[in-house]
Design a protein around this ligand. Structure first.
Ligand code: SAM
Ligand code: SF4
Length: 343
């Protein structure tokens, strides 16, 4: 008998990039209103327009069958979504998924950290833009520093494989705190990534072209205090040796934690992009900086051959993944906010 082993399908775009990483925005809602992410008065989607948890699981399974091995749950704030822990349990059990990870503002971690770790979430990214309570309040509009610090401690005790802090740096707002933030992370064996602000969604709190700070400026400032060595790993897990991928990490002499930079404005990293995003209403976004999208909700809601059709639609969509983004801080070409996008 002639047994032929069928190769597992994988997603490769026309530029030769393998897509093995899916970010899912599980809700557009949030308990904060960070000034770089949202306008003060936000209108959120009616609940019936959001994917339900079963639909998220169906779409995630289709991606995993197509070779995706890492999923990040994000939002909005993933922990304000009802049923988030159950969703984590289901996704982490998917055959072929190596890593389920989450990005959170940390406010509810005190309550959920242990449950998330038990549900199979391996790593956490926690947003922390300042160590000054009044600044945290100003940046997040509603947040309390003490809640986030408590959340970080709860996460440290819960046994995640790795915890990374994310700080969006705005000139004249928190750029003078990068060394303190780095020290806070490194002294706790945590990684920290400094992120350049992207022009996603119309905001009225500040002009984004006035608050841009280039990662290389921050790197120079940090190099006065720390000795950097290139780390072997970037967030582009299929390309471990090259230190490419959106987040460029540096090992810091004398510390276990690493310092990273995400530089969408000053250092185009698109050639190593390995990810796509699923919005909370089920649109598949092929690129953070382009509006191309495909409505997957329509397929899961109105189709009897859901799995086959989903798989075919995803494979076809990947052939339209744009080559790169073109951000300009003086213009908001992308009207969708980061909370819709799933950062
Ligand atoms: N609510 C969670 C949080 O804040 O971590 C998850 C969602 S949030 C949209 C994901 C990440 O996107 C956060 O680290 C946040 O700081 C970042 N972010 C939001 N808006 C941004 C923007 N305009 N430019 C760059 N990063 C942004
Ligand atoms: Fe909420 Fe995260 Fe956006 Fe802040 S960055 S408003 S915490 S979704």
């Amino acid at each position: 008998m002639n047994y032929q082993l069928k190769a597992k399908p994988i997603l490769v775009d026309p530029f030769g990039r393998t897509v093995n990483y899916l970010r899912i925005s599980v809700t557009d809602r949030c308990n904060l209103r960070c000034v770089y992410c949202m306008a003060e008065d936000m209108t959120f989607l009616p609940r019936e327009q959001l994917l339900n948890l079963e639909e998220i699981e169906t779409i995630a399974s289709a991606f995993v069958r197509l070779g995706v091995n890492k999923i990040r749950l994000t939002g909005g704030e993933p922990m304000v979504r009802n049923g988030i822990v159950d969703l984590c349990k289901k996704l982490s059990a998917l055959d072929g998924l190596n890593e389920l990870v989450m990005t959170t503002n940390g406010v509810l971690l005190d309550k959920y950290a242990n449950e998330l770790a038990d549900a199979g979430v391996k790593r956490l990214n926690i947003s922390l833009d300042s160590l000054q309570a009044d600044r945290v309040k100003k940046i997040t509009r509603h947040g309390k520093l003490e809640d986030v610090l408590r959340g970080i401690e709860a996460a440290r005790s819960a046994g995640f494989e790795r915890i990374k802090l994310n700080a969006v740096v705005l000139d004249g707002v928190n750029d003078d705190e990068v060394t303190e933030l780095a020290e806070f992370a490194l002294s706790r064996d945590l990684d920290i990534t400094f992120i350049e602000e992207m022009p996603l969604g119309e905001i009225n709190s500040h002009s984004r072209s006035d608050t841009q700070v280039a990662s290389h400026t921050l790197a120079q400032r940090l190099a006065e205090r720390y000795e950097f060595e290139p780390a072997k790993e970037s967030t582009h897990t299929s390309n471990l040796a090259s230190n490419r991928g959106p987040s460029r990490y540096h090992q810091v002499k004398g510390y276990r934690g690493r310092i990273g930079f995400i530089s969408p404005m000053t250092d185009n990293f698109c050639s190593s992009c390995n990810r796509v995003r699923l919005t909370s209403e089920g649109r598949l976004l092929l690129c953070l900086g382009n509006e191309h999208s495909l409505d997957l909700r329509n397929i899961v809601r109105n189709n009897s051959n859901t799995d086959t059709d989903l798989q075919a639609a995803i494979q076809e969509a990947i052939t339209r993944k744009p080559e790169k983004h073109h951000f300009d801080a003086s213009k908001t070409d992308i009207i969708r906010f980061m909370n819709m996008t799933g950062g």
